[in-house]
Design a binder for this molecule. Structure first.
Ligand code: 13P
Length: 256
């Protein structure tokens, strides 16, 4: 059902570690987090840097914690120096891959077109893409938030069929809220995320009610509860606060 957190939308708390934690630090985090994770009813996933994925995958076996990468190329292999393919992520194995994070759009020339190719490729490989969308401060101040975000959503899905809500996740991350300590007001985040769901309903009908849409941008233990109380917010993509096992645990147990 659209706008109601039903059984079909299990909350997802995802930790995007960005360019933090080498292998040793990854294992140290997991040593602390795995015992805590036993008490979490939501789904949790960590997104370490590529170099830590293999070690993390071994470590989390049997824990129920999910694993994701922060980016990928759309081809299976080829002369693409420095890139990582979906087949390589499958081998790890990764459950998720973040696509189109604003830092990649801003610093690494990611475009709506490359996002679309990557989403297609992830779906073909059975890796769940966490597609990131969000407006800049300037765009928000000009009142362009909804057109910008909905255009990113639509372009990311160009020529893509979604038949099952568990195939894809969206993350609404307003750029001005990332790493700034300025979290969006829960109502404002709901407004955008609700609009994303309506766009998904235009494209895919009832399946839109099954697709999880996360909020990201300065999520902390003290603001997660109010965000999760909004009808369309199904979880969070957490940066800084996910680097600390205890803080991430507190976020994932927002329902206590
Ligand atoms: P912060 O939680 O550090 O603001 O980062 C959000 C983010 O970019 C997650 O992808």
């Amino acid at each position: 059902m659209i706008g109601v957190k039903g059984m079909s939308r299990t909350p997802l708390l995802a930790g995007n570690w960005k360019m933090h934690k080498n292998v040793k630090e990854t294992l140290g985090f997991l040593d602390e987090f795995i015992p805590l994770a036993k008490g979490i009813s939501a789904e949790v996933a960590v997104f370490p840097p590529f170099t830590s994925l293999w070690a993390a995958a071994e470590k989390i076996k049997g824990s129920g914690i999910k694993l994701g990468a922060q980016n990928m190329h759309w081809e299976d292999s080829g002369a693409f120096t420095g890139e990582i393919s979906p087949a390589m992520l499958k081998e790890i194995p990764c459950d998720y891959v973040i696509i189109g994070h604003s830092e990649r759009r801003q610093y690494f020339a990611e475009t709506d077109e490359t996002v679309n190719r990557k989403v297609k490729s992830a779906l073909e490989h059975g890796i769940v893409p966490v597609v990131c969308v969000g407006e800049s401060l300037e765009q928000r101040e000009k009142g362009e938030t909804l057109p910008v975000v909905l255009s990113q959503v639509e372009k990311s899905l160009s020529e893509i069929k979604i038949e099952n809500g568990s195939q894809i996740v969206f993350a609404y991350e307003p750029i001005w809220a990332i790493g700034t300590g300025k979290v969006a007001l829960p109502y404002d985040a709901q407004e955008v995320i609700g609009a994303i769901r309506r766009k998904l309903a235009e494209l895919y009908g009832d399946v839109a009610g099954e697709i999880r849409i996360l909020y990201g941008g300065s999520v902390k233990p003290d603001n997660i509860k109010d965000l999760m109380a909004q009808p369309d917010i199904d979880g969070a993509l957490v940066g800084g606060a996910s680097l600390d096992a205890r803080a991430f645990y507190q976020i994932a147990t927002y329902d206590r």
